[in-house]
Design a protein around this ligand. Structure first.
Ligand code: P5A
Length: 446
């Protein structure tokens, strides 16, 4: 993409309304625009990141054997009357009446709707286990929407729903989600720690939240420092293997790690030596729940078991805050000059800065680099504007592409361009071909 033809409305001034770095940087980098409290348009740069996160989520869901689908944002109130949550959900639910006076709502989550789909189409234990998920906009009329996309009213969520015959099978589905979430977050360059949590309006007391440690996080967290040494890495896992998934859960949840909802100071002191006790804050980027028959029983989601008996299915639901993740990644990865995207989610793989637009040599070298990168399947944002070099660098630093190739007539005379890492700030001179090859190597297999 040529910057001269792109839509990147960067802001020079720091917006006064933004209290935390990610919100400030998303506004300054022209990623989002607020349309109403907690409701945002995703401008082209922000939309690219959202899509990349979404793609990682889909890939990891598919790896775990989960099936994608799409449910609507608007739901009939009657489904929620069946589960009893229509009244329970309170003012967070946006309630709407259609022209016929029928009660509708903008879905804050989809347990009822998926249960309705299940009961209409599945009748036998032979069709289990089943995991269906979608990535769809949600609405929660939060009393205090804030921090940009971190606590929005309209937000994008991956929500998956599991159906199993027995509690044991449902716990495996839970464990499988935990494993696949660890992989998902790591691919985005994040360490998200599973912490014992509370079921809240979704239900059940068998639940973990995934927290990214950050001073600006909304949750207070208490944990054993040892837990931060754990990484999932690229280990092979068989998602159908109950014992393997259970072992990962055990490994990642046996140390003390809780949010303030479940924190118990006495247990904390008892289980964790003082030197390893940490109190900090975190951003909740996901939560998994096992809630048994909470929805299947009142809504009649029953199957015929192996002995011919009719039994309500055991269910769980599992969420990832897709739009919140954009903010969480920035909180975890930025400096005083701007965003520093991890390679896994960057909106463009590489920036190209032409130091002398209009210079025949520089222009054609930039074009060659641009096409060579494209030949490797890599997308570059080519700053072909007439801005001066300092302004171009400032924009590149602000929008945070991990790699930048700088091209100028002086370097070209010696046959070199400069390859710069956004993270370390280190630059290296090399031939244009070598720079392209290096960037291609960095992204190989991603
Ligand atoms: C699990 C999937 C649920 O809703 N039902 C379907 C279950 N869980 S949850 O914890 O309430 O939400 C899942 C994740 O969504 C993100 N999230 C938000 N993101 C931005 N703004 C909000 N107002 C908001 N509320 C929830 C969180 O990442 C949460 O973990």
């Amino acid at each position: 993409m040529r910057l001269s033809r792109y839509f990147l409305p960067v802001l020079k001034e720091t917006p006064a309304e933004a209290q935390i770095a990610s919100h400030r940087l998303m506004l300054r980098a022209g990623m989002i625009r607020q349309q109403a409290a907690g409701i945002y348009s995703w401008l082209p740069l922000g939309y690219r990141v959202l899509r990349r996160i979404e793609r990682i989520v889909h890939e990891e869901q598919s790896r775990a054997g989960h099936i994608p689908m799409l449910m609507p944002t608007l739901q009939p109130a009657d489904l929620w009357r069946e589960s009893g949550r229509y009244d329970d959900y309170g003012e967070e639910m946006l309630r709407i009446a259609d022209r016929h006076g029928r009660d509708m709502l903008y879905g804050p989550t989809n347990e009822e709707m998926i249960t309705d789909i299940f009961r209409a189409h599945v009748g036998s234990y032979r069709d289990l286990p089943l995991t269906l998920y979608h990535i769809q906009w949600k609405f929660r009329d939060e009393i205090r929407p804030r921090f940009g996309v971190m606590r929005g009213r309209e937000f994008y969520m991956k929500d998956g729903y599991t159906f199993d015959l027995t509690e044991d099978d449902a716990k495996h589905a839970y464990n499988r989600h935990l494993v696949s979430y660890l992989r998902t977050y790591e691919r985005m360059g994040l360490q998200a720690i599973p912490m014992k949590a509370e079921g809240g309006p979704i239900g059940g007391d068998y639940t973990h939240e995934f927290l990214v440690l950050a001073e600006t996080g909304e949750s207070e967290v208490f944990y054993d420092a040892e837990i931060t040494d754990l990484t999932f890495g690229d280990r092979e896992i068989d998602y159908d293997d109950h014992a393997q998934c259970a072992a990962v859960l055990e490994e990642f949840t046996s140390r003390y790690a809780r949010t303030d909802d479940t924190h118990d100071e006495a247990v904390f002191h008892d289980r964790v030596p003082e030197a390893r006790r940490r109190r900090s804050r975190g951003i909740e980027v996901g939560q998994i729940f096992y809630f048994g028959t909470k929805y299947s029983e009142p809504m009649g989601a029953v199957v015929t078991g192996p002995g011919g008996e009719r039994v309500p299915v055991h269910m769980g639901s599992h969420g990832i805050g897709v739009s919140r993740l954009v903010g969480a990644i920035i909180e975890a990865s930025h400096d005083e000059r701007g965003i520093v995207w991890p390679e896994g989610v960057t909106p463009f793989h590489c920036g190209i800065v032409n130091l002398k637009q209009g210079d025949t040599e520089a222009d054609s070298a930039c074009a060659r680099i641009y096409h060579a990168l494209a030949g490797h399947g890599l997308e570059a944002l080519y700053d072909d504007t007439e801005e001066r070099a300092g302004a171009k660098f400032a924009t590149q630093d602000l929008i945070g592409l991990p790699w930048r190739i700088t091209v100028g007539p002086r370097g070209l005379k010696n046959g070199v361009v400069e390859l710069t890492s956004r993270r370390t700030g280190e630059s290296e001179e090399m031939s244009p071909e070598a720079a392209v090859a290096r960037v291609a190597e960095i992204y190989a297999g991603r």
